[in-house]
Design a protein around this ligand. Structure first.
Ligand SMILES: *[C@@H]1O[C@H](CO)[C@@H](O)[C@H](O)[C@H]1NC(C)=O
Ligand SMILES: *[C@@H]1O[C@H](CO)[C@@H](O)[C@H](O)[C@H]1NC(C)=O
Ligand SMILES: *[C@@H]1O[C@H](CO)[C@@H](O)[C@H](O)[C@H]1NC(C)=O
Ligand SMILES: *[C@@H]1O[C@H](CO)[C@@H](O)[C@H](O)[C@H]1NC(C)=O
Ligand SMILES: *[C@@H]1O[C@H](CO)[C@@H](O)[C@H](O)[C@H]1NC(C)=O
Ligand SMILES: *[C@@H]1O[C@H](CO)[C@@H](O)[C@H](O)[C@H]1NC(C)=O
Ligand SMILES: *[C@@H]1O[C@H](CO)[C@@H](O)[C@H](O)[C@H]1NC(C)=O
Ligand SMILES: *[C@@H]1O[C@H](CO)[C@@H](O)[C@H](O)[C@H]1NC(C)=O
Length: 686
């Protein structure tokens, strides 16, 4: 409780500040600029911490160190008739709310427009657009900017700087730069040939472009220079622009507009890559100048009103405190210390969204609590709400450890946390809702299963590789090593496109504080078959034990059987698959429901990888980096011995069993501890 005297003091202080502020802020607006520097576009942008910086619209992708605005590797898609866009994911404010002054900005980017055949096509553009989208059929001459219907329409609210490599009847030539306003028929265009620049010459040539907008003069200048090598220091900006034009952005685009790139290919094609990108943007002081002026004028009459307002606010805060919604200092302390404090949801909203936590909305239940489906009508958003239900102290721990771990993780194959809620001891976490549920509901042939069709091989492979990316991110790419500890089919969620999203971070721990043992956790027995044998000795989860769990998932996805399924004389699925491997009949393990609709080579690869990950000796299991490459087919599967090696504890004598895998030295996280006396546990039945 805030004592009354301090309340008066607070109000006095706030008023003093209010009285001082208008005088200081209304005099001069201090204009700052905000700098963004991106690239080289390494894996951090694809499945690492920078994954959400860009909004990628196919056929664009981020791949091989570049923003590929149109595809750079044929794969299964044609190079012809593509368009794509990649945006910086947040809009920029292009003029001030108060006085309408236009922002100035500079952006520069390194590009490579590579002609694969004799004739390139079609072009690439830097674009300022009202939304994160692309028109349909914007391939060919439309450069991903417009299409046959929308070209020229003022509703496009679009300004672009195009580099065009195909001559249309309205173009000067097949090597020009243009300023496009709502249309690919440029308002200004300049042939580059006479300036000695070839956008897409034969061979690999890089170019740097500088687009500079001066909001005061309302002028756009574009500079362009050749750059020898992508890794060399950026070339010097030429003194003369290649294109210069007056441009009043305020009359053309939205105040909040997105910046990005757009490109297309047509009957002829080229590779349109951006390798580096800088933006320097003038930012306006937040919305305040107007309000302060208002206060200055209104002060004489306004003060009593302001006083009442503040009194009311303080009263409200005190009341809220008494109601207990912020009473737990541990929770508030932890939440405050989290970077980018996650969103707080209002309890009443979540209660309403889940129909008062109706049993009918229940999506699942674990040792920690219950997950409900909910719909937030205002946002038209479906969510999964996890309610922690152990006793108060344990629930607080569960809630905080899950929140602190998942809050900072960002990966396209992890279920995203949307926020949290704490009200009268009820602890809730709000996640994205996954319309296709969990993997286990699709993969097993069980009685009572409502799912009729079996997952195709293509989807199974896609799911496996998604989970591998997610685990590799947790183990190796995120700045703190995270172990998931509870990898199993029911914790792998599927989004609307059947992309795997690793969920349930209830057991996950950052590797520094892996104090909690499996043994003291409830509900672990249900996940037998996913737990590495050494865990029964150490009680500790490690990256190697996560990989063991991943191996179990691989086998169940290919075989369509749970890990503890008894088949023939074998107690566990892994033992049966190992037997088939020895007999050179491993493909007999493939889920019979797939019939022959699977890729033999891939199935064999995943089954063997599943066995390699199930190696009883932790240090012999492949690491996640290698696993990702094995799944993508770029690295062969490690040799799998014909007999499943025996589990040896502690693991000392590697010559005991047939293995051609080089024994890697145990890492600092290794569960092995040479102090304990030697025990042999035969978990394998061979
Ligand atoms: C990728 O690039 C980012 C930003 O430039 C950098 O912080 C990060 O260390 C790089 N990551 C790798 C794996 O090279
Ligand atoms: C491309 O992929 C689709 C499924 O994604 C498949 O049906 C088709 O056969 C593939 N085409 C080629 C040429 O591989
Ligand atoms: C690309 O589109 C054009 C018409 O827009 C069509 O004539 C051509 O056949 C298409 N090419 C391919 C490879 O799809
Ligand atoms: C843009 O660059 C010019 C110099 O070319 C500089 O004077 C100006 O301050 C820069 N503007 C921003 C917003 O960075
Ligand atoms: C981006 O900005 C950095 C740092 O200001 C600079 O060194 C680099 O040359 C710029 N890159 C491009 C492509 O302009
Ligand atoms: C152009 O794009 C708009 C928006 O995506 C779409 O509604 C329209 O059908 C497209 N026109 C053509 C000819 O594809
Ligand atoms: C750009 O050109 C189009 C016609 O191509 C014209 O309608 C429009 O007014 C021009 N816009 C500006 C700002 O010059
Ligand atoms: C590229 O090479 C082809 C043939 O080898 C030639 O016809 C074409 O003019 C060359 N283009 C340029 C821009 O040098």
């Amino acid at each position: 409780m805030v004592p009354r005297s301090s309340l008066t003091a607070t109000i006095t202080a706030i008023i003093t500040i209010l009285l001082l502020l208008p005088a200081t802020t209304s005099q001069a607006q201090i204009l700052k600029s905000e700098d963004h520097v991106y690239g080289p576009f390494n894996s951090s942008y694809i499945y690492g911490p920078l994954i959400n910086i860009f909004h990628v619209i196919p056929s664009a992708s981020i791949n091989q160190g570049a923003l590929q605005i149109t595809p750079d590797s044929a794969g299964n898609i044609s190079f012809h008739n593509n368009s794509g866009r990649i945006f910086y994911n947040k809009p920029f404010k292009l003029w001030d709310d108060h006085d309408g002054a236009l922002a100035s900005f500079n952006t520069s980017f390194l590009i490579n427009v590579y002609r694969v055949n004799k004739t390139p096509g079609e072009g690439i553009a830097f674009v300022i657009a009202p939304s994160l989208s692309i028109p349909l059929n914007s391939y060919g001459q439309y450069l991903g900017l417009t299409n046959a219907t929308t070209d020229g329409s003022g509703a496009n609210k679009l300004v672009a700087v195009e580099l065009d490599t195909v001559k249309q009847d309205f173009d000067p030539d097949d090597n020009h730069i243009g300023l496009d306003i709502n249309s690919v028929r440029s308002n200004v265009s300049v042939s580059l040939s006479k300036l000695g620049i070839q956008i897409s010459p034969n061979g690999t040539v890089f170019h740097v472009l500088w687009v500079e907008y001066d909001g005061e003069r309302k002028v756009i200048d574009v500079y362009m220079a050749e750059q020898d090598d992508k890794d060399a220091p950026i070339a010097a900006k030429p003194t003369k622009p290649v294109l210069s034009s007056s441009l009043d952005l305020k009359s053309l685009v939205n105040q909040e507009s997105y910046f990005g790139f757009s490109a297309s290919t047509g009957v002829t094609y080229e590779l349109n890559c951006v390798l580096r990108w800088n933006i320097s943007m003038m930012v306006f002081p937040e919305n305040k100048s107007k309000d302060w002026n208002g206060i200055t004028i209104g002060l004489g009459v306004g003060v009593p009103l302001v006083l009442i307002g503040i009194g009311g606010l303080v009263y409200f805060l005190l009341k809220k405190k008494r109601a207990g919604s912020y009473s737990d200092p541990q929770i508030m302390g932890t939440l405050k210390s989290l970077p980018g404090t996650p969103r707080e949801f209002i309890y009443q909203e979540l209660k309403k969204a889940t129909n008062n936590f109706d049993e009918k909305n229940k999506l699942g239940q674990g040792g920690y609590g219950v997950v409900y489906k909910g719909t937030l009508p205002k946002e038209n958003l479906e969510v999964a709400v996890k309610m922690f239900s152990r006793d108060k102290m344990k629930s607080t721990d569960d809630f905080l450890s899950e929140l602190t771990i998942i809050n900072r993780l960002r990966h396209r194959h992890l279920v995203r946390l949307l926020g949290w809620c704490h009200k009268n001891g009820v602890l809730l976490l709000v996640y994205e809702y996954m319309p296709n549920g969990s993997l286990d509901s699709h993969i097993f042939c069980e009685e009572g299963s409502t799912i009729e069709t079996t997952l195709s091989w293509h989807l199974r492979y896609k799911i496996i590789s998604g989970v591998a990316y997610a685990l590799n991110y947790l183990h190796n790419e995120y700045d703190q090593k995270v172990i998931h500890r509870d990898l199993k089919a029911s914790n792998i969620m599927l989004d609307s496109d059947f992309n795997a999203r690793l969920g349930d971070f209830g057991l996950a721990r950052a590797i520094e504080n892996e104090k909690t043992s499996y043994a003291e956790l409830e509900g672990v027995h249900g996940t037998m078959g996913y737990i590495a044998p050494e865990c029964f000795h150490t009680g500790k989860a490690t990256r190697e034990s996560d990989i063991y769990g991943f191996g179990a998932v691989l086998l169940e996805v290919v075989c369509g059987q749970r890990p503890w399924t008894k088949i023939e004389d074998y107690q566990l699925l892994v033992d049966w698959v190992w037997y088939l491997h020895r007999e050179r009949r491993i493909l007999e393990a493939v889920d019979p429901r797939l019939e022959s609709n699977y890729v033999i080579e891939e199935a064999e690869r995943i089954l063997k990888l599943g066995l390699a990950c199930s190696h009883p000796i932790a240090s012999e299991r492949p690491k996640m980096q290698a696993i990702v490459q094995i799944i993508s087919g770029s690295v062969p599967v490690p040799h799998v011995p014909p007999f499943k090696p025996s589990f040896v504890w502690p693991a000392m004598d590697f010559s005991n069993f047939d293995s051609e895998i080089t024994a890697t030295s145990t890492t600092e996280y290794s569960p092995f501890n040479t102090q304990s006396s030697s025990v042999h546990v035969g978990l394998s039945d061979v």
